[in-house]
Design a protein around this ligand. Structure first.
Ligand code: NAP
Length: 326
């Protein structure tokens, strides 16, 4: 098998970013889309020029036409459809957040181990060259000892008719976008926090539309995160160390517009060139390397399990109004 034949499991909005990435990739082709109705699958396939359609997710999983599926369902459906896809013999790239409970994360990991198939969370920003630059700054010691990370991810909806506002679907700003700052902190700090403190403002549907969290890593190291559906699109991160700080204006999305600046403890700020690469290409190429070359995925399931654990602890803390130890 020299190519990976992809099937889209749903006609979700986010697919519009992943479809070009599959087509840009060296070893992937988009062969099918499944939707809950034939009509929707057909009109989607026509719009995106996809050769094969399925009128149910089950039908695509039962077919030999695809090797790997991209799961872009609402959050509460990720776990069950990932497991069903693995059991049907498909490799799986599942959207973030991977699952809403640790029990589900563990069931998904067990299914991948039992079937020997590739499973990864689709956290595209982790694969982008901007993050490789951050990794180099941290690894090379240019920032010194890191004491603080501050990250924000806010945006507003065009319409209130959105899966992100439905509590049973795993709605909420922390699950949706706050998880990026949580994952970024884990990447830079090298693991999950020891304890967290969370604060949430819920909206009329019962999900958090604003979340602020403080994550503690021992030795005075702290991360502050916030996420919101209440204010216009805004993202940023700053990583502060004993020898300087690194600031990014677009750490997670729209990275082609990102400005990355290193401020040393003395001297002029250094504007860092970020290599251009389509944001969603890395996660697709990484799946191909895992499926076709047997390489481990860059974003491991252990890392995924840890940021889900941290998000759950933040929600538990916000609900209880107390710190939660992991
Ligand atoms: N990595 C990223 O950059 C990124 C960005 C945005 C979203 N996401 C993630 O991608 C996932 C989808 O988000 P989205 O905004 O693209 O979602 P969306 O446009 O609302 O699409 C969700 C799709 O799921 C299917 N579906 C199955 N059961 C459903 C139900 N009960 N209610 C609604 N839809 C149902 C529908 O497809 P059919 O009608 O075809 O069956 C629908 O089109 C989420 O997990 C989100 O966190 C990731």
């Amino acid at each position: 098998m020299g190519q990976v034949r992809w099937g889209l499991l749903s006609t979700a909005n986010i697919n519009r970013r992943v479809i070009p990435a599959i087509r840009q990739s060296a070893r992937g082709e988009l062969t099918a889309v499944a939707s809950r109705s034939q009509e929707s699958a057909d009109s989607y396939a026509q719009h995106w020029d996809i050769p094969q359609t399925f009128a149910s997710y089950e039908a695509m999983l039962a077919s030999d036409a695809v090797d790997a599926v991209y799961i872009s369902l609402p959050n509460h459906l990720h776990a069950d459809w990932t497991i069903r896809a693995l059991q049907a013999g498909k490799h799986v790239l599942c959207e973030k957040p991977f699952a809403l409970t640790l029990a589900d994360v563990d069931r998904m990991i067990a299914a991948a181990q039992e079937t020997g198939l590739v499973l990864a969370e689709a956290f595209m920003y982790r694969h982008h060259p901007q993050m490789k630059l951050v990794e180099a700054f941290v690894r090379d010691g240019r920032l010194g000892d890191i004491s603080l990370i501050q990250s924000v991810f806010n945006f507003q909806f065009k319409s209130r008719d959105n899966i992100r506002l439905i509590p049973e679907y795993g709605g909420g700003s922390l699950w949706d976008v706050g998880i990026y700052p949580v994952s970024f902190a884990q990447f830079v700090m090298g693991g999950p926090p020891d304890w967290v403190f969370g604060f949430q403002e819920k909206g009329d549907t019962g999900v958090d539309e604003f979340f602020a969290g403080q994550l503690h890593y021992g030795h005075g190291r702290v991360t502050q995160i916030s996420s919101s559906f209440l204010t216009p699109y805004h993202t940023r991160s700053v990583v502060v160390g004993t020898k300087g700080r690194l600031r990014m204006s677009r750490p997670f999305t729209n990275v082609e517009e990102s400005e990355m600046v290193f401020y040393p403890d003395s001297g002029e700020p250094e504007y860092v060139d970020i290599p251009e690469e389509p944001l969603y290409l890395g996660e697709i190429e990484d799946m191909h390397a895992a499926i076709l070359d047997g390489r481990p995925t860059y974003l491991t399931l252990a890392e995924t399990r840890n940021h889900i654990r941290t998000v759950l602890a933040l929600y538990e803390s916000a609900a209880a109004g107390k710190p939660v130890f992991l």
